[in-house]
Every structure is written in C-alpha cells, then in structure tokens.
Write a protein that binds this ligand. Structure first.
Ligand SMILES: [Zn+2]
Length: 368
C-alpha cells in the first residue's frame, strides 16, 4: 500500500519526478524525515513531498527535520518555499558555495524577483525561502540558510533502544568550489547577467548527501558533475578521502544519468558492488536524459536501474479510424504529453531492500 508509513527502524528513500523535476523524501528512522529538492505534481500543483507525506499521515510540521535544496536549478526548486513553510520545525540547508553577499543581495532584490528569465523561478523561490527564515528568526540579521560543505554532518541522531543511529553527511561543495565561486564574484564583468552572477554553474555547487540509517547507506548524487579539476565536482568528492569510507548500496544517480556526472571511481570508492540505482529523467526541449548510452553504462555496474518516468516523448496510442482522421486534420503533430509523475520507493528494514514503483516509474534495466 502506497499510503502505509515506514516502520520506525526503516530507511526509506522515495524519489519523485515528472520528467522535468526532482524531489526526494527520506525517512531517517524514528519517524524523522528529510526532504531533498522539490517539484510540483502537474495535476494538483502542490509540492509532491507534501502530498505524499500527508498521504502517509505524517505531521510535516514536526516530523520533517531537514529541508535541503541541493543546487539552484528550477527543476529541483519548484515549491521548495512551500515545503519549508509547511515543515515549520525543519532546518533549511543549501550549498555553501552560494554563501556570499552577491547571491543574497540578488535574492533580496524585488526588481529581479519580479523578472522572469532563465533563473526567474529559482530566484523567487529562494527569495521566499530567505523571507520564511527571516520570519522564523524574528527578523534577526543572522537568520538565514545553513550552508552545507564537504565533509560536514548535517544531521545526526544517536541509536536509542530499538531505534537505529541516523547520519546525514554532505560530501560537497568542496573548499575549492567555494573558492572559485568567491573569486568569480569578486570580478563582475561589465554587463553581467544573472547567470554570470551565480557562477560557477549551479550543478558545480550541488550538495551531495550520504544518508546512513543503522548499517545501511544511500548516496544522493544531486546534479553534481565530474568536471576536470581534481579538487572540484565528483573528482573532489572522490579525492577527499576524509573519514571512514562508507559504501552505499543505493545510489540516486547524479544529474539524471548524464555522462558528464559519472565517473568509474564513484562506483568503485563510494558504492557497494552492484548497488541499486535510481534516477529522475530530464526532459526539456531537445535535451533528454538519460540517453540510451547512459542507461547501458549504468546498467553494467548497477544491480537495477529504476527511473521515475521515461525520458522520451512517447508515440500516441492508436485510435478509432474516424478519430484518427479528425485528429490528423486539426493538428500538425501529436505526442503523449510527458509530465506524468512517477514515484520510486525504496525501503530497508535492517535486513532487506524492498523496491516499489508507482505512477510512471519503471525499471529501465528490465526494459533493455
Ligand atoms: Zn536536475
């Protein structure tokens, strides 16, 4: 049953995606939850995390401990401010690479908030988040997000009687990423666009999380890309080598399965042999991720690859001849509208993994 809540000792990672958008809802055990990124359900226009947790009968105001926005891209931010508002007891965590005066000034600027361009939705979403945090902090000048960086514990709960220990650690952004961000902001170019103002690219600043509940662990790759600087991107995460190496059995594949976000060492150093891989596709105009070659590459190293929906627009189903004729007369081209929400739910009860697929979600590895 989709609406049955996990047991107190169970880790759950639920992944939601409608084709453009990503949201993760994570049960940390003990009835405590974390929401990572946000997207909207196309039919209800509600943040999917809130709808799902309400279905489970969870009181989000007390049960959600952490709301994380991994990076500043529309497909990961829609409805994030509403999620934070509803989750009144949650801390808000975002990338430390955004912690600078220019970024907060940008967010606070009414004029820019009202503009809509490629960063429009993200800016207004972030401005609402900052405003929500200000309200909570009694308008204290120091109220604001918590800034995640590499090798930082963003959540910890010790084991208690029958309840497992829980641990959420951010593995990025690296110090080098933050340095590059500060340097680029010190030299604003003439005619600077908002895109340049938030350089480095949002994906480079993404917060990768490692969640551990009891003995099991999941790696949540956000949209972090590999790059070619050994101190940044996935190379920075792999090379950091700080603390004990924990290998995860579940991987939320980075950046919708894109090759630019993959590296052999992610699988050999951060993941267990043949882990379960889950992803959300990214469909935006001609950009469709993952590609067939990405699916081939990932299924070679993963036990299974589950996706929340298809990355390809699907051909429409055949209809009655008369209907077909009319539709051909009145339209130039047709395809099934993508955007149907899919939900992958993975739970671990301390002994076994259990995977369930809802809505548009499907097993990409079985389809090969
Ligand atoms: Zn994305």
């Amino acid at each position: 049953m989709r609406s049955s809540a996990p047991k107190e000792n169970e880790l759950e990672v639920s992944v939601f995606g409608p084709g453009f958008g990503e949201c993760l809802v994570v049960h940390l055990g003990a009835g405590e939850w974390m929401v990572v990124d946000s997207c909207l359900d196309a039919s209800t226009h509600q943040p999917v995390a809130l709808t799902y947790l309400a279905d489970l009968g969870i009181d989000v105001a007390t049960a959600v401990k952490l709301v994380v926005v991994t990076h500043w891209h529309d497909d990961h931010m829609r409805g994030a401010a509403r999620v934070l508002h509803a989750c009144a007891g949650a801390r808000f965590v975002c990338s430390g690479a955004l912690a600078n005066a220019q970024f907060l000034g940008l967010v606070a600027s009414e004029e820019i908030v009202q503009q809509k361009d490629d960063h429009g939705a993200g800016v207004s979403e972030f401005a609402e988040i900052v405003e929500e945090l200000r309200r909570r902090g009694g308008r204290s000048p120091s109220s604001g997000p918590e800034w995640a960086r590499a090798d930082q514990d963003v959540f910890y709960r010790p084991a208690a009687s029958s309840l497992p220990e829980a641990h959420v650690r951010s593995l990025s952004p690296s110090a080098a990423t933050m340095t590059v961000g500060f340097k680029s902001l010190q030299q604003p170019r003439v005619g600077t666009t908002r895109k340049a103002l938030v350089s480095p690219e949002p994906n480079d600043t993404a917060v990768v999380l490692r969640v551990r509940v009891g003995e099991v662990s999941a790696l949540l790759g956000a949209d972090l890309e590999t790059g070619n600087d050994p101190g940044r991107g996935w190379l920075g995460v792999i090379g950091a080598g700080i603390g004990p190496v924990v290998k995860s059995e579940l991987y939320k594949v980075a950046h919708h399965g894109s090759k630019s976000a993959d590296h052999e060492a992610i699988w050999s150093t951060l993941l267990d042999a043949s882990p379960l891989a889950v992803l959300t596709p990214f469909v935006n105009g001609s950009v469709q991720l993952p590609r067939d070659s990405d699916v081939d590459r990932i299924t070679r190293v993963a036990r299974r690859l589950l996706a929340t929906s298809t990355p390809r627009p699907i051909a429409p189903p055949p209809r009655d001849a008369a209907v077909e004729r009319t539709m051909r007369e009145v339209t130039k081209s047709r395809r099934v509208r993508t955007g149907r929400m899919g939900h992958i739910r993975v739970r671990h009860d301390g002994r076994h993994w259990r995977e369930e697929l809802f809505g548009a979600a499907f097993d990409m590895s079985a389809a090969r």
